[in-house]
Design a protein around this ligand. Structure first.
Ligand code: SAM
Length: 221
């Protein structure tokens, strides 16, 4: 009998089908394209989300009616632009980036996309920045996409600072295939999953490296 956990749709997804689906559901947008190519253009690592994952964030935030969002790990601002598209006019995204050169490129990308009113790029280590951001909460969504060995700490901060019904989302949830190994970052990532399982209605979407998604469940539900 087929192992239910290992069944996924990727057996049927040819590159041509993926291209057609992307063009049909979320046609190319010049601002997003410039953000997507910014890491390569500036000699930065090309570790941004793929377009379908970006669109998934936009859809999820819309579903949650998100108004106040925190991102940990900006890079050049590609995922930030996708999330900002989901926000109402009075919504805001705070995105945290430790690398000064990445933060500088992200600010250009945000300005170029016309989102400077809706996105604040905060330069600093997330563990220093997050406690200061708490006063702006509670938040509607937290997207974690930074140093993997601290995902557990980011997850705990999110649980303490999200409203009930808020979203916790974490990229690279399979840790590049190392999730089940005996190493520090894998243990932290497993604790991040367990945090979600304990406090959220959650799943791990089988994107190429796993996207963990949870809706925070209130203590009285
Ligand atoms: C995978 S990239 C983020 C990609 C981005 N979310 C996107 O899809 O466009 C990870 C980023 O997190 C940043 N980073 C790593 N550790 C960090 C920390 N402790 N605090 C803030 N940013 C951090 C890195 O410098 C890098 O730019």
């Amino acid at each position: 009998m087929a192992d239910q956990a290992s069944r996924s749709g990727d057996r049927y997804a040819t590159p041509q089908i993926l291209d057609w689906a992307a063009r049909t559901h979320h046609p190319a947008d010049p601002g997003l394209n410039r953000a997507f190519t910014a890491p390569a253009a500036h000699g930065m690592p090309e570790i941004q989300l793929g377009p379908a994952e970006g669109r998934l964030l936009e859809v999820l935030l819309r579903l949650a009616g998100a108004r106040k969002v925190v991102e940990i790990g900006t890079l050049a601002g590609y995922s930030a632009l996708w999330m900002a598209r989901a926000l109402p006019a009075d919504g805001h995204l705070w995105t945290i980036e430790a690398d000064a050169s990445h933060a500088a490129v992200a600010r250009e990308v945000v300005e170029d996309g016309g989102y400077e009113d809706r996105i604040t790029v905060i330069e600093g280590d997330a563990l220093d920045v997050l406690p200061k951001l708490s006063d702006s909460g509670p938040f509607c969504a937290v997207f974690v996409d930074a140093d993997k060995a601290r995902y557990d700490r980011y997850g705990r901060w999110a649980t303490a600072n999200l409203r009930d019904g808020g979203l916790l989302i974490g990229d690279n949830a399979y840790l590049f295939g190392h999730l089940l190994e005996d190493r520090e970052d894998a243990a932290a990532m497993r604790r991040f999953h367990e945090e979600m399982a304990d406090h959220y209605l959650s799943l791990c979407v089988p994107t190429p490296d796993g996207l963990a998604v949870g809706v925070k469940v209130g203590s009285d539900t």
